[in-house]
Write a protein that binds this ligand. Structure first.
Ligand code: MN
Length: 499
């Protein structure tokens, strides 16, 4: 019988307390929907007593009929608990400081006062027939005798689950194991943990807590949260399932899309090397590694975690470290037929670009291959004219004249900004193409207002083929449109060669 670990997601509460992050009610609602689809057991939707807006947002999520239990946060105070009751949540999470440093300088109460307030608060929640989660805030810096005493007290008062948070992220895995094992020995209700990442150990500490008997872990999407954040959802789920062989309710194939949604809303981008959901998590550039994964993916990937499991795909990357096998595979995949001599020529040009410090995108590789093989097909779309109007008192509007499949087309669209309007206008001249812009990144290459803008786009067609393309121009709008068109032409070419 494998143990099932439940997931408590606090992206909407602790995650929203990330410095410089604030979410609209619509965004919170969309995240809650994504967490439901992902299979999260409990969603902490907010802290209803903190503001009227927070109460309304929590209430609307609680009433949305989602499958996860919706939780509201409260201090050990009746008005806070009343706000949670008002918000119609299914679980009330009450918390009180238990460490001496927080008792003295934050709560300004004695241990006995906090003990009594906590028992009263649990009792008040239970009188209303509600589920109660109790958190001993700063548990990992709390006197162990007092921590056990208050845990036993709130359990007797009816707490349904007890959280042992590492509020300031000071634990190490072995210490966390001992602490949780010590609490497990004196209480019978499920144990929950909430680990912060101040030393980069939030996930590791959560895993140790589970090994020592914890039943539930608190996480956030992309590890958002106060200071260095909380335990990352994707990393914690995949470690528990793939390394420890434990069961969860998470539909892991939705991990990537959930991460991207939250990235977009919070504007906090993950580094490429982020585990599980990072751009590079299943990318290979070096010759030995690429050749290995072409033969058998398990050679240079974990194997117990595949890209498909988490909604990712494996990518071979052309670059100065790329090997012949990978480049041959990438070109075959893009429907090029090349000789070994042509491949040598292509490899040399790719390595030259890499040596110049250039990032080589798929489209750079295809352009080189076209030049070497003379395989230049008629482009689907050629840009003839582009004009954009923008300003602080008008809706940005773009007009494009282009030759599409040999015919002149004109289209105009508005957007939230000039780039958005111009990309919308490209879609307008193409008609219904099923193409989707999946990624868009702008880097300024030099420093001033005349900087060269380097735009890299990723475009996906209706069949799921994805290509990236780049363009560099002093004009950010022109660069964006050129990169987009370059990707479209390659996708269309590939599509026509598939048949
Ligand atoms: Mn926290």
């Amino acid at each position: 019988m494998t143990k099932t670990i439940t997931f408590f997601d606090t992206t909407l509460r602790d995650g929203e307390q990330t410095p410089n992050v604030s979410l609209t009610n619509e965004q919170k609602f969309a995240i809650a929907g994504a967490l439901d689809k992902l299979g999260i057991d409990v969603i902490e939707a907010g802290f209803p007593a903190s503001s009227r807006g927070e109460l309304a947002a929590t209430k609307s999520i609680a009433r949305a009929g989602l499958r996860p239990t919706i939780c509201g946060l409260a201090r050990v105070l009746k008005p806070d608990i009343d706000a949670c009751l008002d918000a119609d949540v299914g679980l009330i999470h009450i918390f009180a400081s238990t460490s001496d440093v927080q008792l003295e300088h934050s709560m300004k109460k004695t241990r006995e006062e906090v003990y009594d307030l906590s028992i009263e608060a649990v009792d008040y929640v239970k009188q209303h027939g509600m589920q109660c989660l109790f958190s001993a805030m700063d548990a990992t810096r709390t006197d162990l005798g007092f921590l056990r005493y208050i845990c036993k007290g709130v359990e007797s008062a009816g707490a349904d689950i007890i959280n042992i948070p590492d509020t300031v992220g000071v634990m190490a895995p072995s210490k966390m194991y001992d602490l949780i094992a010590g609490i497990r020995a004196v209480i019978a209700v499920p144990i929950d943990v909430h680990c912060h990442n101040d030393f980069g150990l939030a996930v590791a500490n959560s895993l140790s807590a589970v090994e020592a008997g914890a039943n539930q872990v608190q996480v956030t999407v992309n590890g958002l949260g106060e200071r260095a954040g909380n335990a990352d959802l994707a990393q914690t789920v995949m470690s528990l399932q793939s390394i420890f062989g434990l069961t969860t309710h998470i539909n892991t194939e939705h991990l990537l899309e959930t991460s991207r949604l939250v990235e977009r809303f919070t504007k906090i981008n993950l580094p490429p090397m982020a585990p599980v959901v990072g751009e590079n998590a299943f990318s290979h550039e070096s010759g030995i590694h690429s050749r290995g994964v072409i033969e058998c993916a398990d050679t240079f990937e974990p194997g117990i975690m595949t890209p498909e499991m988490v909604g990712q795909r494996r990518r071979l990357v052309a670059g100065k470290h790329a090997g012949r096998h990978a480049v041959r595979e990438m070109l075959r995949d893009a429907s090029f037929s090349i000789t070994e001599a042509q491949l040598t020529d292509i490899m040399n040009r790719v390595k030259d670009l890499g040596d110049q410090g250039r990032r080589v995108t798929d489209i750079d590789l295809y352009t080189i291959a076209e030049a070497v093989t003379n395989d230049v097909s008629e482009p689907t779309i050629m840009l003839d004219e582009l004009s954009v109007m923008t300003g602080n008192r008008m809706t940005p509007t773009a007009t494009i004249k282009a030759t599409v499949h040999g015919r002149t087309k004109v289209g105009a669209r508005v957007g939230v900004g000039p780039v958005d309007a111009a990309i919308n206008a490209v879609h307008a001249v193409l008609g219904s193409s099923g193409l989707q812009l999946k990624t868009f990144r702008i880097d300024a290459i030099s420093g001033g207002t005349d900087a060269l803008a380097d735009v890299i786009v990723g475009v996906e067609d209706a069949k799921g083929h994805l290509v990236s393309a780049r363009a560099a121009r002093n004009d950010i709008v022109v660069a964006s449109v050129e990169a987009m068109i370059s990707a479209i032409n390659r996708l269309e070419l590939r599509d026509s060669e598939d048949h």
